[in-house]
Ligand binder design. Sequence first.
Ligand SMILES: Nc1nc2c(ncn2[C@@H]2O[C@H](COP(=O)(O)OP(=O)(O)OP(=O)(O)O)[C@@H](O)[C@H]2O)c(=O)[nH]1
Ligand SMILES: [Mg+2]
Length: 238
Amino acid sequence: MPTYNERANLEPVIGGILAHDFARVLVVDDASPDGTGELADALAVKHPGRVEVMHRTGPRGLGRSYIDGLRHALGTGAEAICQMDADLSHDPAYLPDLVAALERYDLVIGSRYLNGVSVVNWPLHRIVLSTLANRYIRLITGLRPTDCTGAFRAWRRDALAKLPLSTSRSSGYAFLPEMLFEAARRGCRIGEVPIIFVERQKGYSKVSRSVLLESLWTPWQLILRRGRLRRPPGTHHA
Ligand SMILES: Nc1nc2c(ncn2[C@@H]2O[C@H](COP(=O)(O)OP(=O)(O)OP(=O)(O)O)[C@@H](O)[C@H]2O)c(=O)[nH]1
Ligand SMILES: [Mg+2]
């Protein structure tokens, strides 16, 4: 779970995760100026063996943090590895649904767009932008999932281990469709379960206009490098 200035959300989200007996959590903090990292350290002391903290230094970034965190998680022997935002938009109550669907899939997406649009408290322009972005990505790359840009995902460890995590080029949000594309290319079975996504109530968004513009180029980069997905493994809805 990557964090940057999520002090107000950290304790409730970790509480929600630890409510599941099967779960452990790794917080990947990018030296948040608001003290999220220190709070995470205190929670690690409070919940020994169940909360771990990675303090990143150097250039910050969502994609970079996911790469470091997912690689670390692979090293722990976990059979199911989940990724999620820390701002409570991804409700930890869905974790059992995501993990259960790994019985049938290699990668399970917690999707906002499986049953129409399940997003609460977004202004209309953001819903339009996000649904258009997903259509755009599917059209260009050949990917099938309804939600290619969300970060709430569960992986079987063997599927994640096949991905070229260290050579990923995206440092920001482009990392999310890129990982899906690489998984689909390797024949991973990709499933989706519906989630209701609620816009953050505390803290602030880190999405900038330049990050969104950068994402316009991403699907083209993917197919120029690797070719469009010709026989995409069908996405089945879990
Ligand atoms: N480690 C790390 N985490 C980050 C960075 N940028 C964002 N995050 C975390 O990534 C998650 C998603 O970021 P948000 O700012 O919520 O992005 P978003 O969900 O697209 O935007 P909102 O809907 O406005 O919240 C949150 O848990 C952030 O704290 C970063 O540079 N480094
Ligand atoms: Mg968010």
